[in-house]
Design a protein around this ligand. Sequence first.
Ligand code: ADP
Ligand code: AMP
Length: 217
Amino acid sequence: MAKMYLVMLGPPGAGKGTQAKEIARQLKLAHISTGDLFRENLKNETELGKLAQSYMNAGELVPDDVTVRMVEDRISRPDCERGAVLDGFPRTPNQAKALDDLLGKLGSSVKLVPYIKVPDEVLVERLSGRWMSPSGRVYHAKYNPPKVKWIDDLDGSQLYQREDDKPETVRHRIEVYNEQTSPLIAYYQEKNLLVEIDGTQGIEKVTDAIMKAVGEV
Ligand code: ADP
Ligand code: AMP
């Protein structure tokens, strides 16, 4: 069977991670989040983690060559045999071209790009209320609260707020998105792969809209 690669596009806080996890689960695909991979490297104090840290804390992008190499390594692992949902990658036109080359070498290509659209003013509220589990599960204080405050529903671990979810860093990340990542909307539109999803709906409605678009490919 042909492999399926989806690219979740949208500003920070749009709901890419939340949706990518569920879509990957439903379609039995791997979930590749470059943000999660960098955070894992940071936690394990690897060379890559040390390199990424200053960029991440400043809300800047990690350089393309480093990021592409990390994805290349991840995408060739066995759990990607049916394909993957990419979350937070690509983030620049250069990365998008590198992904096309990479998938081309694997005899495949991007199948669909759900673009989760959410207005800027909603993003700050989404990110300032985001509670993360060490496992990577994502909650929201108001919109997706855990059963017990600050505790992961599934494994009981302590939830935390991301260093880069402070309002001032969030505002800079949105600028970086507008400058460096938003050109990908036109890039994928021209390839006829983009499908716009209203990200202001509830979490399950957004999932349904993405699954419907996947079903129509
Ligand atoms: P991204 O990966 O695009 O940065 P996340 O998936 O981490 O975004 O979502 C950001 C925050 O918004 C999280 O706290 C998440 O629980 C919450 N969230 C995600 N989708 C929705 C939604 N449709 N409505 C309300 N809150 C949402
Ligand atoms: P995220 O978890 O997707 O919000 O990403 C958190 C941070 O990791 C970003 O602000 C960047 O510093 C870095 N990062 C994640 N993905 C990429 C990428 N594709 N290219 C460059 N930097 C990235």
